[in-house]
Ligand binder design. Structure first.
Ligand SMILES: Cc1cc2nc3c(=O)[nH]c(=O)nc-3n(C[C@H](O)[C@H](O)[C@H](O)COP(=O)(O)OP(=O)(O)OC[C@H]3O[C@@H](n4cnc5c(N)ncnc54)[C@H](O)[C@@H]3O)c2cc1C
Length: 201
């Protein structure tokens, strides 16, 4: 790379079409760096989901259907030993958290499970969720982010998003009870059938 004309910074610089500055040479995955970050994303995203999405995008382009890389809502998941970790949307830490971002945090008494939900303090718009020890469904959170659901809706139907294996203990009721206590709301846990979740209501 060092002896080529391909422009680099920390990674190999690409545009939204994953094209380098050299014709017919592309970069995807950990080595690719967007010239301008997409939304809140980092210019280099070293995670496998984005690598796969870039691969799918580029496959279209090299099959003569040139398309832009549009990764959609941020998400990631991992497993640290036996603890699941997942994130959907944006949940900022203390550093760099926007003024409007409010957090609701719940932790199980056994210290192995917790969730943090980020939402807009004025509009109540759901912004993102981090979960430890509870597995959630990507397609549901992706849908709720697209639909710009509010935090009350997300809590009400949180049971629909649970993706833990069969016979695992469920915690939605405790989570909702704590949210109600902290916010003076009276949300009740509900569940929709799968058919209704993915049809317009
Ligand atoms: C310990 C660890 C844990 C991770 N956990 C997660 C996780 O939980 N979730 C997640 O989303 N992501 C995770 N990642 C990140 C994820 O693995 C990477 O984002 C993903 O593998 C990147 O894919 P890639 O194809 O861009 O690069 P790579 O998978 O690194 O593939 C690059 C390939 O190119 C080969 N190569 C290098 N130089 C040359 C050369 N000169 N000639 C020929 N071949 C060459 C390498 O041997 C390698 O096989 C983790 C990474 C690490 C290291």
């Amino acid at each position: 790379m060092k002896n080529s004309d391909i422009e680099t910074n920390r990674g190999i610089l690409v545009n939204r079409f994953l094209e380098t500055n050299t014709k017919d040479i592309f970069a995807i995955g950990d080595c690719a760096e967007q010239r301008e970050a997409i939304g809140n994303r980092r210019p280099i995203e070293a995670v496998w989901y984005t690598g796969r999405m870039m691969g799918e995008t580029l496959a279209q382009t090299i099959c003569v259907n040139r398309i832009e890389y549009k990764p959609g809502h941020w998400f990631n998941s991992a497993k640290f030993f036996d603890i699941e970790y997942q994130t959907y949307g944006w949940v900022f830490g203390e550093r760099g958290r926007p003024d409007y971002e409010k957090h609701f945090h719940w932790k199980h008494t056994d210290d192995t499970k917790c969730i943090t939900i980020a939402y807009h303090k004025n509009s109540n718009h759901f912004l993102g969720i981090n979960t430890f020890g509870i597995r959630m469904r990507h397609e549901i959170f992706d849908k709720w982010l697209t639909e710009k659901r509010d935090v009350n809706y997300v809590l009400e139907y949180l049971a629909d998003a649970n993706f833990d294996p069969e016979f695992y203990a469920l915690h939605e009721k405790e989570i909702i009870a704590q949210f109600n206590q902290e916010n003076g709301t009276s949300i009740e846990s509900k569940k929709k059938s799968w058919k209704r979740i993915f049809t317009k209501t």
